[in-house]
Design a protein around this ligand. Structure first.
Ligand code: THU
Length: 127
């Protein structure tokens, strides 16, 4: 799947954000090594700290379906350009890198800003 289509899926997912406390919507779409895609949106909670980011929601769906290697993730927010993943999500993505790493696709106006997880999280934690 091309990155433009992956971003369109992330945009679709952002429309389902459950964001009643922050009003900040995020959608993400993961592409795995088996060319499967998984969407996620953020979902918040009255106990604010329990809120889950769109990226981790998408990664969780991929994992639950048996996928283990992620090639790319598109992330979108209607609230801001270049919706970079938070630090926690960077570490979660680091765990499931494909052998070629993970391309992180952001939307910058009408353009795609393509970064890599190794660039966004150098020296991630491993056990
Ligand atoms: N959020 C994400 O979904 N992904 C990020 O990488 C940063 C933050 C969500 C969490 C919360 O629901 C809202 O954005 C505001 O922090």
């Amino acid at each position: 799947m091309d990155y433009k289509t992956l971003m369109e899926k992330a945009i679709e997912a952002s429309k389902n954000a459950y964001n009643r406390y922050s009003n900040f919507a995020v959608g993400a779409c993961v592409l795995t090594e088996n060319d499967k895609i998984y969407k996620g949106c953020n979902f918040e909670n009255a106990s604010f700290g329990l809120s889950i980011c769109a990226e981790r929601n998408a990664v969780g769906s991929a994992i639950a379906d048996g996928e283990r290697k992620i090639k790319a993730i598109a992330i979108y927010s209607p609230n801001t350009d270049n919706c970079y993943p938070c630090g926690a999500c960077r570490q979660v993505l680091h765990e499931f890198k494909s052998d070629n790493g993970i391309d992180v696709i952001l939307k910058q106006g009408e353009e795609l800003n393509i970064r890599t997880i190794d660039e966004l999280l150098p020296e991630g934690f491993n056990l």
